[in-house]
Design a protein around this ligand. Structure first.
Ligand SMILES: Cc1cc2nc3c(=O)[nH]c(=O)nc-3n(C[C@H](O)[C@H](O)[C@H](O)COP(=O)(O)OP(=O)(O)OC[C@H]3O[C@@H](n4cnc5c(N)ncnc54)[C@H](O)[C@@H]3O)c2cc1C
Length: 597
């Protein structure tokens, strides 16, 4: 028998998005629970090093409107501009509130929050009318900003009596008569099933980078609730747009944050050429990520790559190089000591994973799968919508990387995710609070846990010959090779064929552990099922979009096509396949222009 719980609101996920939503609810006195498969402060938000964007203007002139413009242009005009305006405006109050909640931001000598440069964030160039140059907009706590956000928000939740169900993994959503009424979870330590009956459910389960092999994403980023929402009939928006971050540790994918380039780090090819000067003369190493990842691939293809397979480029953060090129903010002189202070964890990563001394040597980097621009579609208050007319699913919210509101459009700017998760986490919490007051309780079916239990029993009793690890490996290799930085129709058709075969093979898997306690074998098998669905939706959405825009670069359709494709994709599950519908992009202030840096 499942244990039954009743809360006004349930938040699934305890990263930045979930913890701000629950904090907002708890401080308003709402009876609220957070369910998380990881202990809250272990969520992926904690790994974010670079910082959080807000146009505070503490270091130099800056305005939310400039931030909005950069976000729209960075997203290759697929951004919903009403959402980007909210992001840029509310970023300022959000960061100041974080400061008041106790987050230890770095400070300028006169005590203000210190800021640094980041890719795609710009201001008008006073010496070059019409051109833009990097601006210092990223607020930070050394290179541990995400860690500090989680600690701060977790403490606030404890203070306001949020109930935490840590190491509980949600296996299903309860959606009846078009209304979300709760969810079903397994307690990882015991294997016991729990039903959570709620008026509002907020999904904040993060990304799904594990559909790729070379990725910066943690093991847990398997897109559970994104896949479950899709299986329950909710469409997924803009899944073809996945971000490849230009600087991952060679072959391992571990992230070397853009902060390294924000502080002056430079990219070189095999000929010692600073190739970004050729590709993006104004912004250079601080051009947006989608572009730099493509230029790295182009350098490799042109035979200018380095490393054992000539498939990487160099990142150089040595003080003498930065000083020679005057690439530090404002062209100032830097010392090794200063770099150690602003990039401690990043430099330690290089020592640990590349096995060399970054103050003395350059190191190899390669693009790594990093961030899902697409996800569960929502309106500006985090309410999940389920069609092109923006009809909402009552009682269901999504925020953070699992959601698509859409502030990032076809490509996200660095530091814009941390601010997105907090701004829209809060808006979801606030709207849920309003909704809970006016909504009456609806009953849930006594068999609400039937699907979750049948899945678990099915896996425990299966004795098929296919292995979870093998299927996952093949899926990831296929996605890396055929749905990566550059794409073409032929490769993607082949990828979809392989993924379909793997989805069939998945029906024949078996697991070794038949027990109840800490059955990670079982949970990983379920997670593979989610990943296969998301790999499938990503690849089919990518094949369907016959243009190049932001993170979606097609060799067979190299041009952005605003006539036919200035629209959002909605991918629905239909008869084992996928059906596409479209939604217009909201354009308020900035008409699409050619994107150059
Ligand atoms: C290495 C790295 C560095 C980054 N650096 C930056 C940066 O400097 N600036 C920036 O803006 N962005 C950065 N990003 C992106 C940003 O950190 C993430 O997009 C963001 O933190 C996602 O937050 P979230 O709250 O949506 O989800 P997460 O922080 O990923 O949290 C997801 C939560 O969902 C829970 N969960 C998942 N599935 C289930 C389930 N089935 N049942 C119960 N709980 C579940 C997990 O336990 C977890 O608590 C970085 C990302 C990475 C990977």
């Amino acid at each position: 028998m499942a244990t039954l719980h009743k809360y006004d609101a349930v938040v699934v996920g305890a990263g930045g998005a979930g913890l701000w939503a629950s904090f907002e609810l708890a401080r308003a006195g709402v009876n609220c629970a957070v369910i998380t498969k990881l202990y809250p402060t272990r969520s992926h938000t904690g790994t974010a090093q670079g910082g959080i964007a807000a146009a505070l203007g503490n270091m130099e002139e800056d305005h939310p409107e400039w931030h909005m413009y950069d976000t729209v242009k960075g997203g290759d005009y697929l951004v919903d501009q009403d959402a980007a305006e909210i992001l840029a405006d509310e970023a300022v109050v959000t960061v100041i509130e974080l400061e008041h909640l106790g987050l230890p931001f770095d400070r300028t000598p006169d005590g203000k929050i210190e800021q640094r440069r980041f890719g795609g964030h710009s201001k008008p160039d006073p010496n070059n009318p019409g051109k833009r140059i990097p601006v210092m907009r990223s607020c930070k706590s050394s290179d541990r900003t995400g860690h500090m956000i989680l600690q701060t928000l977790y403490q606030q939740n404890v203070k306001h009596n949020t109930t935490f169900f840590n190491e509980f993994q949600v296996l299903d959503l309860i959606i009846q008569d078009g209304e979300c009424r709760g969810c079903v979870a397994i307690e990882i330590a015991t294997g016991e099933i729990h039903i959570f009956h709620a008026k509002a459910v907020i999904l904040a389960t993060g990304g799904f980078g594990k559909i790729f092999k070379v990725t910066s994403n943690a093991h847990s980023l398997t897109g559970d609730l994104v896949a479950l929402a899709w299986r329950r009939g909710i469409p997924l928006e803009d899944m073809e747009f996945f971000q490849f971050h230009p600087t991952g540790v060679y072959e391992k994918g571990i992230l070397i944050s853009e902060a390294a380039r924000g502080e002056g780090g430079i990219l070189f090819n095999a000929h010692g050429e600073r190739f970004m000067e050729r590709h993006a003369p104004s912004m250079k190493e601080l051009a947006p990520r989608d572009m730099i990842s493509r230029y790295i691939f182009e350098e490799v293809r042109a035979g200018n790559g380095v490393g054992p397979h000539k498939d990487a480029v160099w990142l150089d953060v040595r003080p003498e190089t930065i000083n020679h090129y005057k690439s530090a903010p404002g062209g100032r002189h830097v010392t090794a000591h200063q770099l150690e202070a602003s990039l401690p964890d990043i430099l330690e990563f290089v020592r640990l994973y590349e096995g060399l001394e970054p103050m003395k040597e350059m190191f190899l980097i390669q693009p790594t799968a990093h961030y899902a621009m697409g996800g569960i579609p929502t309106d500006l208050n985090g309410r999940v919508i389920n069609d092109e007319k923006n009809s909402v699913v009552k009682g269901l919210y999504a925020a953070g990387e699992c959601a698509c509101v859409s502030v990032h459009g076809a490509n996200r700017l660095g530091t814009n995710s941390l601010i997105d998760i907090l701004v829209f986490g809060r808006r979801s919490g606030l709207d849920a609070e309003r909704y809970i007051k006016e909504a009456a309780w609806s009953d849930i079916s006594p068999k609400a846990d039937e699907f979750a239990i049948s899945q678990i029993e099915g896996l425990k009793n299966a004795n098929g010959k296919e292995s979870v690890a093998d299927i996952r490996k093949k899926m990831q290799a296929t996605m890396d090779k055929q749905v990566g930085v550059f794409r073409n129709g032929q490769d993607m058709k082949a990828a979809i064929g392989t993924i379909n075969d793997l989805r069939e093979a998945y029906q024949e898997i078996s697991i070794m552990d038949k027990g109840s306690r800490f059955n990670t074998d079982l949970l990983e098998a379920l997670e593979l099922g989610y990943l296969l669905d998301l790999a499938y939706v990503t690849a089919t959405s990518a094949l369907n979009r016959t243009e190049s825009r932001g993170g979606h670069a097609r060799e067979d359709f190299p041009i952005r096509d605003d006539v036919n494709w200035l629209k959002h994709t909605l991918a629905y599950k239909s008869n084992g396949g996928v059906e596409f519908k479209y939604k217009p992009v909201t354009i308020t202030k900035y008409q699409p222009e050619e994107r150059n840096y």
